[in-house]
Design a protein around this ligand. Sequence first.
Ligand code: AMP
Ligand code: MG
Length: 337
Amino acid sequence: METEVLKPSIEVLKKAAELIKRGEVVGIPTETVYGLAANAYDSKACAKIFEAKGRPQDNPLIIHISSLDMLRNSVREIPPLALTLADNFWSGPLTMIFPKKDIVPDTTSGGLDTVAVRMPDNEDTLNLIEMCGFPLAAPSANLSGSPSPTSADHVYNDMKGRIPLIIDGGECEKGVESTVICFTDNGTAVKILRPGAVTEEMLSQFCKVETDKNVFAKPQENEKVISPGVKYKHYSPKAEIIIIETDDEKALAEFLNSKKQENVYGVIFGNEQGIEINTLSYGITAEEQAHNLFALLRRTDELGVKTAYVRCPEKNGVGTAVFNRLLRAAAFNIIKI
Ligand code: AMP
Ligand code: MG
């Protein structure tokens, strides 16, 4: 199959909507990462997403809506808190989990009785969902296990020959996937299953918030997890990724300099002094680091990096999302100095 990459226009969105209505899969831009979109109510179309990604069947998809009517049509119960959060964070990088209606097939929900829903903050994608008239199930548009795509080029690298069309909406603003929450305490509190750009601090203004232990811990073998995605190896480039945690910049420089070798890189914030090995920088603020992280992991592959020592981000605000993705890319390999 030939894969077209086209900039969004009314014609291109119409073409994408036609393909999706026929049961095909299309690469779409969002503010978080690129998605691989199909009709969320069509079991066969969603099966094609799993096939294109090589994604395990029990890892559920997020459905993307353009109106609260689409939410009501897809889920059985909506706690009042969900509407408050929707009011404050949609369109935006917040995914909420609800009990699903039968219209959402098991293929989409990975066999669960619940479905994850969000309204993306991208005008072209919202228009596309409107044109389709049904929600779009869309996981990140990478091959399963690879770093998520934050540009149309990344999607093309992974999906060429597997899908007919990628809509090129430029670089994704946020760069990490959405925050995933479920409701607890009879719908009056929330639990964060995956951190993202909507942070614990932001959600705490509206309700009690706890963070699931699997956000920062490696699940035990055979452990029953709330969010199936946490079981799988994720975001991994070919290079071995090792996280270096330290506040001491002199110690960081000494450590990295002791590792000097052609294919060894330090991935740093960018303002550190005295580092003599190859470096890549991923930004000073957590927002910059989130925006750059996945492109940087892909860059290590292009450079043929063997080992990348990545400086640990701050563990608050959006930094928790960056740390969560890095931990998985590094298979929980972290060195404190
Ligand atoms: P991705 O589609 O690659 O952004 O990953 C979606 C994430 O949301 C995965 O970690 C899933 O495990 C999680 N998720 C999706 N639907 C549900 C659900 N119904 N219950 C719990 N977690 C979910
Ligand atoms: Mg993903």
